[in-house]
Design a protein around this ligand. Structure first.
Ligand code: ZN
Length: 445
């Protein structure tokens, strides 16, 4: 049977599901178990690190730093603890031997294995990018844990012969949880089940949002494509992402920025004020938040508002990115330089509102899925260049355009421009590799 990584096509799907109360309890247990294990690893790390450091410092501070000194009682105790901690994290088995509740019937051993794997992944990430040391996971109101679909002895993987398997288009069986009711992707599941199309299920994430909704994310892999490619259209387009509207394309069309977040923000702010008032009251009266009914009720209201805003924005981005990919063979956008963009705090707010980064990820993913091309280019000079004659503002004594200049006239060729439209054309031409002066055929840059 082929491994996940050697299959040609991959698709992630997210399904809403509706667990029973018993299943909710099991999900919570597994979430707690994976968090516990992750935190054990982080704790062991901290202990080992601090013990090593402390003895190093003590050695340096002693009167004769080059002579091995004897350890104090405290240091010996710490060293012992740290050896124990080290042993605990050598093998996943050790931690499960020490804490036997991890062997409880309802605990998915793969959830624990995944927690450990995520911990190591966090370290690898840290070594690669230089920040994000694994830290303790706090208890949260959104839960998640991961399991895997395993195939034992089968020649070929299908949607219905692994340890995670579809019973029909509305039900799936999961390890420990049993059969749960699901919603979504019915056509895809039906076709693959009915036609027995070899499809492997990989990692499976089980999630509960803060608004108490349950979702299942499945990684699917297959040698048979999940979607039909879109027809070629012989059209290419450049898009300029800006704050005045969501985007302007190289044909001059503008897509308004919906700013869902800002509209709903007032509502959200109000709900959050109520929430913090209730938190204060509960604290004043010495009640724990978990038992403060009114607080918990309001927490759900806030979480639902957040969720609603996120979903609306997501829908907007989905529809727009699909339309762009479907109607064009090539889509060109500028790379986002978050560092530059986020310098200005007010602007940062807008950027997180409009979700450009998510949008670019969608374009890339969909281009791949539907057989189209999406590229990003370095945004240098895309705003300052006149696409008509190729001269660049801010060079040769011409004044640079500022954010205020929404419309401008090229001082060289006298062509009138709308800033974002001109930028979108430049972005497209840069993506096509034809950044030349159309009149003199000289390279403009
Ligand atoms: Zn010009």
């Amino acid at each position: 049977m082929k491994r996940m990584s050697s299959l040609e096509y991959h698709l992630g799907i997210k399904l809403r599901f509706y667990p029973s109360d018993r299943q909710k309890k099991i999900i919570k247990q597994n979430y707690d178990a994976q968090r516990f294990v992750y935190n054990q690893y982080v704790g062991a790390d901290c202990l080992i690190y601090h013990t090593k450091n402390a003895s190093k410092i003590a050695q340096l501070n002693s009167t004769m730093p080059f002579v091995m000194r004897s350890m104090t009682k405290y240091e010996i105790d710490k060293a012992k603890e740290s050896i124990e901690a080290q042993e605990l994290t050598v093998k996943p088995k050790n931690i499960r031997d020490k804490y036997c509740f991890l062997r409880a019937k309802n605990i998915d051993s793969l959830a624990i294995a995944n927690a450990i794997q995520n911990y190591h992944k966090a370290w690898r990430n840290y070594h690669k990018i230089g920040y994000g040391i694994p830290t303790f996971h706090k208890k949260r109101s959104d839960w998640s844990y991961q399991t895997n679909c395993q195939y034992f002895g089968q020649d070929e993987a299908y949607l219905n012969n692994g340890t995670v398997r579809f019973i029909d288009t509305k039900h799936i069986r999961l390890p420990k949880l049993g059969i749960i009711r699901i919603a979504g992707f019915r056509t895809l599941i039906k076709k693959r089940l009915h036609d027995q199309i070899p499809t492997r299920i990989g990692t499976v994430s089980i999630k509960k949002t803060a608004a108490d909704q349950f979702y299942l994310s499945l990684q699917l892999g297959s040698d048979i494509a999940f979607t039909k490619k879109y027809d070629k259209t012989q059209k290419q387009i450049g898009i300029d992402l800006n704050l005045d509207n969501f985007l302007t394309d190289s044909n001059g069309a503008m897509v308004a920025n919906s700013k869902f977040y800002r509209k709903a923000k007032k509502k959200l702010a109000k709900a959050q004020r109520v929430l913090s008032r209730r938190m204060l009251r509960a604290k004043k009266e010495g009640r724990s938040l978990r038992n403060a009914k009114n607080y918990q009720k309001q927490r759900l209201v806030v979480a639902k508002l957040h969720d609603e805003i996120r979903r609306q924005r997501q829908d907007f981005l989905q529809v727009l990115s699909t339309a762009l990919i479907k109607n064009h063979d090539l889509v060109v956008a500028e790379e986002l330089r978050s560092k530059n963009l986020l310098k200005n705090h007010a602007m940062a707010q807008s950027i997180s509102d409009v979700g450009w980064r998510t949008f670019l990820i969608m374009l890339e993913y969909k281009a791949d899925l539907y057989g189209k091309e999406f590229i990003t280019i370095d945004p240098k000079y895309t705003t300052q260049r006149c696409h008509y004659c190729g001269s660049i503002m801010g060079q040769n004594g011409y004044q640079k355009l500022t954010l205020k200049d929404r419309e401008w006239t090229c001082p060289v060729c006298r062509k009138e421009h709308i800033r974002d439209w001109n930028a979108a054309i430049n972005i497209l031409e840069k993506g096509q590799g034809i950044w030349q002066n159309p009149k003199t055929k000289e390279k403009a840059v």
